[in-house]
Structures are given as C-alpha cells and as structure tokens.
Design a binder for this molecule. Sequence first.
Ligand code: COA
Length: 258
Amino acid sequence: MYNTLLTSLENGIFIITINRPDKLNALNKEVIGELSSAVEAAYKEPEIKSAILTGAGNKAFVAGADINEFLQLNATRGEELARRGQQIVFDKIENCPKPIVAAVNGFALGGGCELALACHFIYASENAKFGQPEVNLGLIPGYGGTQRLTQLVGRNIAMELLMSGNMISAKEAMDYGIVNKVVQQDELLTTAKAILGIIQTKAPIAVSNVIECVNHFDHTQQGYDFEIKKFGECFATEDMKEGTSAFLEKRKPNFSGK
Ligand code: COA
C-alpha cells in the first residue's frame, strides 16, 4: 500500500514505520506524502484508536529531511516545502484526536527530531540521539523545531541545541524533558504499546479533549478559557455518564466513544 512506510494494526494501535533504512529513514517528498495519508487514516478509521511512529532498522528513527532534495530549492520553494510539510504532516500529527507516540529507535535529527516533537509524547531506545543539526547546512529547522523544542525545554537549552547543532543522548533528552522514558531497543515497541493500551481503556472523547487542551497551552487567560469550554463539553458525552456511574457502582467503565 505504501512505498516508504510499513503499517500494521494491532489491538487498535496503528504502527507506522518509516522504511528507508539505507537512507536512515530520511524524509523525502514521498515519505512526507505517505506519512500524511497514514496520519489521515488515524483520524478517519474507527478501528484505529492510537498510533506509534517509528523508524525501520536499529540505527535511525529519522536522520532528517532528505538533504538531496534541498540543493534545487530557492527561497520560495524552500518556504513552500516547510509550509506544506508542517500542514500535511507535523501539525496534523500534533492535532490528531487520537494519541500518537514517537518510538525513537536511533537518530532523530533535524526533521526527524521535529517529527518526534510533533507526536504527543516520546519514548526512546538507549541508542537514540536527538539533535537539530540544520546550522551545519546553513539552515534552520523548518518543521516547527524552533517552536516545539523551545516550548518543551525552555529558551536557553533550545538556543544551545539549535545554535550548536549538537547531538544529545536519549538520557540527556530525558533529563531535558524531551523524552518520557528510555528503554532497551528491543523493548521499545512493547513499552509504547503498553502505555497506549492503558490510554485506550479511557474515554476517547476525554482523551481527545486532553490533546486539544494541551495543544492550546497558553499562559494567558485564553488557555484556561479553552480548557473550561472543553471540560463543559465532556458533560454532554455518554462516556462521562458511563465513567461516573461505573465509579459510583464500583465497576469498570465500558466506554463507547460517544
Ligand atoms: N538526507 C539524505 N540522506 C541521508 C540523510 C539525510 N538527512 N541522513 C543520512 N543519509 C544517508 C547518507 O547519505 C548515506 O547514504 P549513502 O549510503 O547512499 O551514502 C546513508 O544515509 C547512511 O548514512 P551515513 O552518513 O553513511 O551514516 P553514518 O553512520 O556515517 O552517519 C549520521 C549517521 C546521522 C550522523 C549522518 O548520516 C548525518 O549526519 N546525516 C544528516 C543529518 C542531518 O543533517 N539532518 C538534518 C537534515 S535538515
């Protein structure tokens, strides 16, 4: 079905594996197009409850945008590449109403680091390496890296990583709050599946509302107002009635997603 991705569905978890291991899974146009379709499927297909994004092989998650495609670009085309990619993949992942976890199994550099940052959270294997090495190429991140990384790690660490292009280990990435959990490489997918298994037992509309509210995180009153509105909306769902009744009746809830 895809040329550059492997996909499978296991217990409601859609596993998307970027599959160009000989090029360290670099994001060329075809990968971006196919990733967009795969994420679209996560939005639309009712049998997909959550997703994992990972890379093929044991060396790389994604080693960046495909540098071969950069040389022919001028300023306008460069801007278009970034805008289109952000719209059809990165923002689409971030705003997906179902949880998407990055399972970072090796290098996550440049666009690869940005791809992981766009996911709702990140688990990594011990050999994972993160970095935004665009400055080595006379570039800066174009898929949201300056924004998402700064939001996650704060201004000064973001400045250092973005200006130096230095790679950091999975352990350092965890210390900075980029990665939630570091595990052995052969346990990475199982660990990601386990947390999604837990999330999938929760009320789906409530989970979607969490994603939306966290994405609206905002120091001003607007973020709080948005949360109040989404909190109110939950009361209109059958799952809210089911969840609260189940608690009071001392039984497990049976969520319908309505
Ligand atoms: N775009 C295109 N091709 C890439 C790539 C990228 N971002 N990253 C790796 N590759 C290709 C290499 O060109 C090489 O292809 P080849 O075998 O046809 O020559 C193959 O993937 C393997 O990479 P290689 O560099 O030989 O592996 P390594 O173990 O020596 O080094 C890295 C690994 C990740 C340190 C190195 O590949 C690298 O620095 N990649 C670019 C990272 C980057 O700048 N990303 C940001 C892009 S905006």
